[in-house]
Design a binder for this molecule. Structure first.
Ligand SMILES: [Zn+2]
Length: 509
């Protein structure tokens, strides 16, 4: 009897709540006069967007209520906050919580833990982000190199034993349970370079059990590029897991002009059932430690002149190796090998060998930029329907992508080069990225989604960071909201820090 009375009472309450004509609505923020591009790829719409708390609650032609705060967009484009599919901006983030590099280019969420390298353990990292919030949302992959390093220590220049592999699986499981997006690998770097494909398949199978993904800086981006693409396809097929070729590129003169061959190969893999995708950064230069070039010398022997000659003829030109900071000789900062060879009155190969030796002696800490990609290839790969945008950038790195990747994509590749339409380009920076890395309730302007938003001027938006001055913020980004709070207003940083750690979609209940 009591039960029945309670049930009647609750029905009455439900009806009252649902029908009350003048129930006070919570105060919201309504963005009016915006050209809304919602991330779906569909055409822009002139609609209002209402935000309450950290969520989008209404999208359409409605009248704001009296207690709403209005934001006049003045006809600018309102898009979902950009999602960076490959970021290193989590490094140093707790010390630089404003994340200027990130928010000033309209990015609201980063997928970190890339190239096999993660902040470990994820549980602790996410707890820190909850106690001391930063300006942006942070998701992370588990890093193969990190886990391999923890298990094998300094003795990593070999295949793992089955016990060691089982231990890696255990560590990986814990990271997946903490909400990792999946597994990242950096197979051109130590210690990941010493792993077998089989090791990666075993780990990827564990990730698949949790509904995660595999994202890879593949085993070779130059000499053995095609074999490396085969390997990532094999891992996708054998582990039955979505795979992503990260910062995809044709980074060797010999492969220039072969973008169509690459795309056909990827399309064939997709047609055969492997969910393979890609992300790209919009620049012709890569960035790594200078001494990474040593791995391209036979036996890593820096006395092998043929190694230096090979690098300078087949992969990079003397003008295409730029040393932004050179520890052993700071007067070379900002110069190319061609320029330094000229100063030393030497030839480029000798110069390269001598500088590499000097840097190795000082601990190998000098960064380099390698101009190895060709613009027509970049544009063809960018236009492939499965390619999203990733910055591969950091908060204070030497590559301009840390500050300018997304605005360069908008300004140069979309507005000036028309590689894709603005609507499609935004999809590649938002909903498609979210889908490819496994994030839900973000990446789209729709009711119920988190209010991560960017307001920008499509006519003027552009990057300003350069190889000479990589830390210049972009122009044309007017406002950025993260979880309903402004982090950029009038192009300026507000200091708000309402970012959240983001756990993998299939981890959420
Ligand atoms: Zn990488």
């Amino acid at each position: 009897m009591i039960k029945r009375a309670l049930s009647i009472l609750s029905s009455v309450l439900l009806v009252l709540t649902a029908c009350a004509p003048d129930a006070p609505e919570p105060a919201g923020v309504v963005i009016v006069n915006a050209r809304v591009i919602d991330g779906s790829g569909g055409p822009s719409r002139d609609v209002n967007v209402r935000v309450v708390g950290d969520r989008i609650v209404t999208v359409g032609n409605f009248e704001p209520s009296a207690n709403d705060t209005l934001v006049d967009a003045n006809g600018l484009v309102l898009a979902p906050g950009f999602i960076d599919a490959h970021s290193h901006h989590e490094d140093g983030l707790l010390e630089m919580p404003g994340a200027l590099a990130v928010v000033s280019q309209g990015i609201t969420t980063i997928a970190g833990g890339q190239d096999g390298d993660q902040i470990y353990p994820l549980d602790d990292f996410f707890a820190s982000l909850e106690t001391s919030p930063v300006a942006i949302n942070v998701a992370s992959f588990a890093g193969h190199g990190t886990l391999r390093g923890r298990v094998m220590g300094e003795d990593y220049q070999r295949h793992a034993t089955s016990d060691e592999l089982a231990e890696m699986v255990g560590l990986l499981r814990a990271e997946m349970e903490a909400g990792a997006l999946g597994l990242s690998s950096g197979l051109e770097y130590d210690p990941g370079s010493f792993s077998t494909t089989e090791e990666l398949v075993v780990l990827a199978k564990e990730v698949a059990l949790h509904g995660g993904r595999y994202i890879s800086h593949i085993r070779s981006e130059d000499q053995y590029f095609w074999e490396a693409i085969d390997e990532v396809i094999t891992i996708g097929r054998e582990a039955q897991i979505p795979v992503q070729v990260t910062h995809i590129k044709l980074a060797m003169t010999r492969w220039w002009g072969l973008a169509d061959r690459l795309i056909s190969k990827l399309d064939e893999a997709r047609a055969s059932g492997v969910d393979i995708t890609a992300d790209i950064y919009p620049y012709p230069a890569w960035n790594a430690g200078f001494t990474w070039l040593r791995t391209l010398f036979p036996d890593r022997d820096l006395d092998r002149r043929d190694g230096a000659e090979y690098i300078l003829s087949d992969m990079l030109s003397p003008e295409g190796i730029l040393l932004p900071r050179f520890g052993p000789e700071p007067s070379y900062d900002g110069m190319t090998i061609a320029e330094i060879a000229h100063i030393r009155e030497s030839d480029p190969a000798t110069t390269l060998m001598e500088l590499l030796k000097a840097d190795v002696e000082m601990g190998g800490r000098s960064p380099m930029l390698g101009f190895a990609m060709d613009e027509p290839d970049i544009e063809s790969i960018m236009a492939w329907p499965q390619t999203v945008i990733g910055s591969d950038g950091g908060l204070a790195g030497v590559h301009p992508r840390g500050f300018g990747a997304f605005t360069r994509y908008l300004g140069h590749y979309i507005r000036e080069r028309n590689v894709v339409s603005l609507e499609e380009g935004i999809r590649r920076m938002t909903s498609l990225s979210a889908q490819q890395v496994g994030i839900v309730e973000r990446g789209s302007i729709q009711v119920g989604h988190y209010a991560d938003l960017v307001l920008f001027d499509p006519e003027t938006v552009t990057d300003r960071s350069t190889y000479e001055a990589p830390h210049l913020p972009s122009t044309g980004i007017e406002k950025v909201w993260v979880n309903g709070q402004l982090v950029i207003d009038g192009g300026q940083v507000t200091g708000n820090r309402h970012g959240k750690p983001i756990r993998r979609a299939s981890h959420q209940k």
